[in-house]
Unconditional design. Structure first.
Length: 72
C-alpha cells in the first residue's frame, strides 16, 4: 500500500475543476448522509476548490470504523 503524508502533492480529477493538483491535508469530513463526521484524518484536497476529492488507503480503516460506530 502506498502511504501518503500531509503536504504530499498529486494530480487527480475534481468533479468541479477537472484535472487538478491535490494536496494531502488533515480534515474533518462529514458523511454524505449527514449521520456523522470523520475527524482529523488525511484526505486529498483539491488545490483549486478546496474540496476533499481523495481518501488515501491508510485513512479507509478509520473511516469505516467511524461509519460503523454511527450506524449502530
Amino acid at each position: 500500500m502506498r502511504i501518503f503524508h500531509e503536504g504530499h502533492v498529486e494530480r487527480a480529477v475534481c468533479d468541479v475543476d477537472g484535472v487538478v493538483t491535490v494536496t494531502f491535508r488533515y480534515r474533518d469530513v462529514s458523511f454524505s448522509d449527514g449521520s456523522g463526521v470523520v475527524r482529523d484524518l488525511l484526505f486529498g484536497v483539491c488545490d483549486t476548490c478546496d474540496e476533499v476529492i481523495l481518501s488515501p488507503p491508510q485513512s479507509l480503516r478509520a473511516i469505516s470504523a467511524d461509519r460503523n460506530r454511527v450506524t449502530r
